[in-house]
Design a protein around this ligand. Structure first.
Ligand code: SF4
Ligand code: ZN
Length: 304
């Protein structure tokens, strides 16, 4: 079958739009879609230094690859930031892949480790939990947020880009919904910009399977080893559930994504909600201390 946009052979059929694309046109469509999302939500300003959080997985490496292409004819520069959680046997493979990839596409790369910043690796921090009340991924996510903020400030980055795709975005919404914490849903609002480093998700309108295909078709190497904590949380179950829904009801993820944007912006501006600044780090929150500082305090970790 011929590509809808050129004379080449189709390698990808986009079910929700009916398009049939060759590998080149598919890749171009991902770059174009990402650029459109960036401009729609004014994610990047002229002259910005964009720090890309690169874990070594398919999403973050593909994001770096796509942003590099967009940066060639736009006014922003890239820095890659990798966080080393200190998970034995897992992070080393990724660090090597990211280092080589950044060399190849000529993006400067820096690594920040939990051990250096917090005085403990992830595994050591998990030992400090009381009765394992918080999941490994929740603690890891909180430490990563602070580590990325630290790295961004250290490197003079204006905007931090993460590789979260549409599937991640919907999964996070459902996890927040199930946890009963509507504040977290308000924070998902894409229009959200506080006075600190901007956080952007340029892949938030792209399905996860398209990122996988992009990585394969562009020969982007990515980590094969899975984190040993990966299946401890509820995320994998939600991912499987959403994939089975999408299989039978094409486009359902897209619809859900749009609904989440509306719900989160309403919750963000909920009447009576008072936003304060964390007394420890100054981040916007609804209590006296933000959830990141609170967790660091409870675990007795350093506060970088
Ligand atoms: Fe951290 Fe969980 Fe990701 Fe592992 S799967 S790196 S513990 S967030
Ligand atoms: Zn084509």
């Amino acid at each position: 079958m011929k590509c809808d946009w050129c004379e080449n052979t189709t390698v990808y059929s986009r079910k929700y739009s009916g398009e049939n694309l060759c590998s080149d046109c598919f890749s171009k469509s991902i770059v174009r879609k990402t650029a459109k999302t960036i401009s729609k939500y004014k994610m990047i300003n002229g002259g910005d230094v964009v720090g890309v959080a690169v874990s070594g997985g398919k999403d973050s490496l593909s994001l770096l690859h796509v942003l590099k292409q967009i940066s060639l004819n736009h006014d922003f520069t890239l820095r890659a930031i990798t966080i080393d959680e200190g998970i034995p046997g897992y992070r080393d493979e990724a660090l090597e892949i990211v280092r080589n990839f950044c060399d190849k596409i000529q993006v400067e790369h820096d690594v920040y480790s939990y051990k250096e910043l917090f005085g403990a690796t992830l595994e050591q921090s998990l030992e400090l939990r009381e009765k394992k009340k918080i999941s490994s991924c929740s603690i890891c996510g909180i430490l990563r947020r602070r580590a990325i903020d630290f790295g961004a400030k250290d490197l003079g980055v204006d905007t931090v880009a993460t590789g979260h795709n549409m599937d991640d975005f919907i999964q996070t919404f459902i996890i927040n919904l199930l946890s009963g914490d509507t504040n977290k849903i308000g924070w998902m609002d894409l229009e959200l910009s506080n006075n600190k480093t901007r956080k952007i998700k340029p892949f938030c309108e792209i399905y996860e399977n398209e990122i996988v295909f992009y990585a394969f078709t562009n020969d982007i190497p990515f980590q094969s080893e899975e984190c040993p904590h990966m299946n401890e949380g509820i995320r994998t179950e939600i991912r499987n559930f959403l994939n089975s829904l999408e299989k039978n009801h094409i486009g359902i993820k897209n619809n859900m994504y749009k609904s989440i944007l509306k719900v989160s912006s309403v919750l963000r501006d909920e009447p009576g909600k008072i936003w304060k600044n964390c007394s420890k780090c100054g981040a916007e929150c609804t209590g006296d201390v933000c959830s990141v500082c609170n967790t660091l305090l409870n675990l007795g970790l350093n506060q970088p």
